[in-house]
Design a protein around this ligand. Structure first.
Ligand code: B3K
Ligand code: ZN
Length: 858
């Protein structure tokens, strides 16, 4: 398959200012007529043909300027039509089969309705078109179909006409006045009902809002609607962005490859990110909805009004929009907790990606299949890179930069370079060297050492950027580090400084310290790097107890635990050192449990032990079984050491009545944590408490956290609770997904067998991505089960990939990265992982999966 390179970008020879489409809708067969008005692009090279992309479609007829054309030809899936003049109308007819479309790209059927997914290259599965983001057109769409089957007919933009058609048919005509690339096209037809509301924009325009769902789901749309209105207000207030149509539609679909899609005026969502009430959704689900609703809405400016020139610029819209949704969520809830959560995702997903065979810069140089580049690097590291600009500029100047960016590039398909330049001009930053963040992959490592001499404290900083595939040598990056020094005796903190480490080494001197101070570094996680600091255990205990930067405090605690587990896994701890470390951690956690100044939500973050994946990341070569055993061993020790405190915490939190406010949510979070510690420390007691919590629960958060603990334990409570949960929620797909996921992510020693059995459950299907992910993504992320010593977990994931790839390649290829970690795993398992990758490489795979497999073996 072809390799696409960023350097090869050429503007398309033709402009397509207007598109008119006509859809005769049917689940089995939909007939599509597309008319493109094309004109030579003065900014491009002359061409005597036009290449229209197509994928698994055939032209049923081609006309140029109303005359049937016969001199067209096919090149692979693409349609090539000779054109001699400067402007033409091209009509192409196609026929598509939505019900047979299991890839869920293009026009497909879900649960009896018709919907589309076009980003990145799905539009070419509907009709022939220059399917690239730099071709911007206005769309006029007519759609018609049987009214009983498709009572609701939706498309981008404004509804211009609707009425009765032939026989039992009806039609609707939509017009989107905003020029857009084809990836933002959307169409939905089906039996849907709306939660309708309205929003008045800052300039006083009224916008009609609708959230479209299946009939019975209407009562679960309130939170999504509130989140939407909050997002619209926030984007006006914080970024000065106003909505630009009179209508904003959101549709919830149960078969969807990802979270949601920002189609102009018609966002299509996975039901998972729309539907919620307290009985069926957890607090985490509520947050997910708020964040994704915001993210897609924010794309209306960062993505739609200013779009991407080519897919190499994907982070231009995704990184920026993730930052926007993160800042929004920070403002809606607890900013420090949100920051910690975001860093946890970055470290749990992006850092491993950046240190593995799939590492790539946030602006990649090449790809075979663009779907594989919707990665945590593009999204989450992309957001961190823009956040660093914001940190360096300050909020106000950052806003001047984004204002300039939107003003300069409104209506354009822009590049990352355009964004950086707007930031330089608008925010007054010099980003010359900073551009390296777009070019170089790999997580920089900063080494910090403190030297004390007389009254001067010197902070010696140095950096290393690890080699990544295709980038053996790296240049030093500019790394903005917020740091501060604490006086060890008075606990006083010196002023926080922003130091930009822009060379391989740098030393910063601070005066006025009679004794060696304590260094607090990368406060607020000001740069997406790893820090190796020469801090003693006492320093970490100091910071864990009194750093006034909540992130730094969290970080000190994490580091305390990581060091202990790392040393334990590497066999560096004799029993005395082990006891000492455990006591220090126990004391620190005990202080967290007792600290009256902490809210429970933050307490919950501080109590959470670093994940096994994160610990593995700190080791050159990891033995997953040892990490698992040590981490659980430590939790058992802590669970026993602090048993009374955890029981008291659980009692206190259980007395807080249900509500969605921060206090009650925090209580539910620490309640779950207490159960988790006790599950390892005192399994019987925990089982009793968890079962009681399960039975008494009046909300999904408590019910799920109790069931999670029970699922990891043995006994009749486990079986009874799982049966009860299933029976209670049978028929609610999103909750049954949880039921699958809980068992696949469980600590139970027979998890692997459970997953095998669940794959044969009558509710399991490979056709629904949510269901596939609920069972197998949960499993692949479950270190002890996935890394079974005999390689059975690896084989199971490889089998899944082989079975799923012909059905849904995009979802299948997402399961390759867990196997791609083989280089960083101990030799026995490493060979078994590789064996499965080689088995995959020998099979006939989709372009998506083939690319991931070959890079993983690389
Ligand atoms: N832009 C979409 C992602 C499309 C993925 C295509 N494979 C959702 C989002 O990031 O908002
Ligand atoms: Zn996005």
């Amino acid at each position: 398959p072809a390799l696409f390179r960023r350097k090869d970008y050429r503007p398309f020879p033709w402009l397509v200012p207007e598109v008119a489409m006509d859809f005769a809708l049917g689940l089995e067969r939909t007939d599509v007529t597309t008319v493109l008005r094309v004109a030579r692009n003065p900014a491009a090279e002359h061409a005597d043909t036009i290449r229209l992309n197509g994928d698994e479609i055939e032209p049923a007829g081609v006309w140029v300027d109303d005359e049937p054309a016969s001199d067209w030809r096919m090149d692979g899936g693409d349609l090539i039509i000779p054109l001699s003049g400067d402007a033409h109308d091209i009509r192409v007819d196609t026929v598509v089969a939505p019900s047979a479309n299991t890839k869920l790209m293009g026009l497909y059927a879900s649960d009896g309705m018709l919907c589309t997914q076009c980003e990145s290259e799905g539009f070419r599965r509907i009709t022939f078109f220059p399917d690239r983001p730099d071709v911007l057109s206005t769309y006029r769409v007519r759609m018609a179909g049987p009214k009983a089957q498709f009572p609701v007919l939706l498309c981008n933009g404004n509804l211009e006409a609707e009425g009765a058609g032939e026989g039992d048919h009806h039609f609707a005509e939509w017009h989107d006045p905003w020029p857009k690339p084809s990836y933002l096209f959307a169409l939905v037809a089906g039996q849907l009902v709306a939660n309708s509301d309205s929003f008045t924009t800052m300039s006083g325009r009224e916008v009609a809002l609708n959230i479209w769902v299946r009939d019975g789901d209407l009562p679960r749309t309130g939170h999504a609607m509130e989140s939407l209105k909050k997002s619209m207000r926030w984007d006006e207030e914080v970024f000065g962005r106003e909505y630009d149509l009179d209508l904003f539609n959101v549709v919830a679909v149960s078969d969807f490859n990802m979270g949601a899609m920002e189609n102009k005026g018609l966002n299509v969502f996975n039901t998972k990110y729309v539907l919620a009430d307290e009985d069926t959704a957890t607090d985490g689900d509520f947050d997910g909805i708020e964040g994704v609703i915001a993210h897609e809405y924010f794309h209306n400016w960062s993505g739609n009004r200013v779009t991407c020139r080519d897919w190499f610029q994907l982070s231009l819209k995704e990184g920026f929009t993730v930052l926007r949704d993160q800042l929004f969520s920070q403002d809606m809830g607890s900013a420090p907790v949100k920051r910690i959560e975001d860093v946890r995702v970055l470290r749990g997903v992006q850092f491993p990606e950046d240190s593995g065979p799939l590492a790539h810069p946030i602006r990649p140089d090449s790809y075979k299949e663009i779907s594989n580049f919707y990665t945590s690097t593009i999204y989450n590291k992309g957001a961190e890179v823009i956040r660093m600009m914001r940190t360096m500029a300050g909020e106000q100047r950052f806003r001047q930069g984004t204002d300039l960016y939107f003003e300069r590039h409104d209506g354009e398909a822009a590049t990352c370079e355009d964004f950086v330049r707007a930031m330089e001009d608008g925010a007054g930053l010099d980003l010359g060297q900073f551009r390296l963040w777009y070019e170089q992959a790999g997580t920089p490592r900063v080494i910090a050492r403190l030297e004390h001499d007389g009254t001067t404290a010197k902070v010696h900083l140095s950096q290393e950027v690890p080699a990544t595939p295709g980038q053996p040598h790296k240049r030093p990056m500019p790394i903005p580090l917020k740091l501060a020094l604490f006086d060890r005796d008075t606990y006083e903190r010196g002023e926080e400084q922003l130091v930009v480490l822009d060379e391989a080494q740098k030393t910063i001197a601070f005066g006025g310290f009679a004794e060696t101070p304590v260094l607090s570094i990368n406060r607020g996680f000001s740069a997406p790097v790893t820090i190796a600091r020469e801090a003693s255990r006492d320093d970490l205990v100091f910071l864990a107890a009194r750093d006034d930067d909540p992130f730094a405090r969290y970080e000190a605690l994490q580091e305390l635990v990581v060091r202990q587990l790392k040393d334990a896994v590497e066999g560096k701890l004799d029993s005395e050192a082990r006891d000492k470390g455990e006591l220090a951690i126990g004391d620190a956690l005990s202080a967290v449990l007792a600290d009256g100044n902490l809210d429970d939500s933050m307490r919950g973050e501080l109590l959470l032990l670093p994940s096994e994946g994160y610990i593995a990341e700190t080791l050159a070569v990891a033995d997953p079984a040892r990490i698992h055993a040590e981490r659980r061993g430590l939790r058992a020790v802590l669970g026993r050491m602090l048993e009374a405190e955890f029981v008291a915490l659980h009692d206190r939190a259980s007395a807080v009545p249900f509500s969605l406010d921060a206090e009650a949510r925090g209580a539910r979070k620490v309640k779950a944590q207490a159960l988790v510690y006790l599950a390892d420390g005192n399994p019987e007691r925990s089982a009793e408490m968890a079962f009681a919590q399960y039975q008494g629960a009046d909300n999904m958060t408590d019910r799920q956290s109790a069931l999670m603990v029970l699922t990891g334990l043995d006994g009749v409570e486990r079986t009874n609770a799982l049966i009860d949960f299933y029976n209670r929620y049978q028929g609610n797909a999103l909750v049954i997904d949880k039921w699958f996921a809980l068992q696949a992510s469980s600590m139970h020693p027979h998890c692997l067998e459970h997953v095998k059995a669940l794959a044969g459950h009558r509710d399991f299907t490979l056709k629904n991505p949510n269901r596939v992910r609920s069972l197998y993504m949960a499993f692949a992320a479950n270190p002890h089960a996935f890394h079974a010593a005999d390689g059975e977990g690896y084989r199971m994931i490889a089998n899944l990939i082989l079975a799923l790839d012909p059905i849904n390649p995009q979802t299948a290829s997402r399961f390759v990265p867990p196997l791609g970690r083989w280089r960083r795993i101990e030799p026995g398992r490493s060979a078994l992982m590789r064996e499965q990758l080689e088995r995959l490489a020998a099979a006939d795979l989709s372009r998506d999966t083939a690319e991931q497999v070959s890079r993983s073996l690389g």
